[in-house]
Design a binder for this molecule. Structure first.
Ligand code: ATP
Length: 295
């Protein structure tokens, strides 16, 4: 028995593996650090290694069904490496997800160029409307994907609005913040550009970017929806940014519309509000300076 993994999860995983890979046995489990929300690690079996995550089922309903669906959306066009999910579900009071284990190799010489080219290809996958057919999570917070025809409406009503309301309801901000955002919204109509709804990872920062066994980029832990690809760019820039070769190769493969630099801060409002709600007041300073810039 692997003492680190709850017995209900172990039983469910072994039952699943037995049906798909007869005579497989669990050998060992070691925790993988990096995530904040779930328990996660490498599950060694006689049929190879897998990545297993779990948490208490009541805490974040359907979190792993949503993660499975998000990873499947990103894998489907087969343009960038995304781990294959074997199964996800509930086991007693736990929920879990089992997927391909991404083993690291030394980083490829063209890693950042590959990431730029492949993300550009992913963003060429489009949908008729902004949003998705189901809601999911951004980190541990619910993320609404109710569909809209216009990007601006989606951005205001499904991205900024709900996070702002949550921050207000939990007393992280006072009413003056609500007024400041209300004042910003009409200006966004002329500031933001429109584009076809693009398939986005949705939470693309360095913590969700891995190096796979070929040394190439692999994306994990998404918050998928169809949105404006400038959102994805802004997210990558938030905590120090990716290597400049990534931005150059993406732009060459699929140029952004002129004036992106003037819009970048607007897009960072969403991840900053999410961080305010998840981690507290230290993010208010950055939010405040963006609001002032556009007031
Ligand atoms: N398929 C995988 N194979 C190997 N390692 C993985 C895999 N997926 C994720 N990891 C590693 O495990 C760490 C935690 O995973 P993940 O980010 O999915 O955790 P989480 O708790 O769900 O999310 P968060 O980072 O939002 O707290 C990642 O930072 C990454 O290093």
């Amino acid at each position: 028995m692997l003492t680190e993994v709850p017995s209900e999860v172990q039983q469910a995983v072994s039952a699943f593996l037995q049906t798909t890979m007869p005579s497989v046995a669990l050998k060992d489990f070691s925790f993988v650090s990096g995530g904040c929300i779930n328990s996660a690690g490498k599950l060694k079996t006689t049929a190879g290694d897998f990545f297993l995550k779990w948490n208490l089922a009541g805490k974040y309903p359907r979190m792993f069904e949503n993660e499975r669906s998000g990873l499947q959306h990103l894998r489907q066009p087969a343009v960038i490496d995304i781990p294959e999910v074997l199964t996800a579900g509930q086991a007693g009071s736990f929920q879990f997800i089992l997927m391909e284990f991404i083993a690291k190799a030394p980083i490829a010489k063209r890693y950042w160029e590959m990431l730029g080219e492949r993300l550009a290809q992913l963003h060429r996958v489009t949908a008729a409307r902004f949003g998705l057919d189901h809601d999911n999570y951004i980190g541990s917070l619910p993320q609404s994907n109710a569909q809209h025809d216009a990007w601006i409406d989606f951005f205001i009503h499904e991205r900024l609005g709900p996070q702002l309301q949550l921050a207000y309801n939990t007393h992280r901000i006072d009413p003056s913040w609500l007024h400041a955002f209300e004042g910003l919204y009409p200006k966004l109509r002329s500031l933001l550009s429109d584009e076809k709804p693009a398939l986005l990872h949705g939470d693309l920062w360095s913590g969700n970017l891995m190096v796979n066994e070929k040394g190439e980029p692999c994306l994990v832990d998404p918050a998928v929806y169809f949105g404006h690809r400038e959102m994805e760019w802004a997210m990558t820039k938030l905590f120090g940014g990716f290597h400049e070769a990534f931005y150059a190769s993406y732009h060459q493969a699929f140029p952004l519309q002129p004036g992106y630099d003037d819009r970048e801060d607007i897009y960072t409002l969403y991840p900053l509000l999410v961080h305010l709600n998840l981690f507290g007041a230290s993010y208010k300073l950055s939010l405040d300076s963006i609001l002032r810039k556009y007031s």
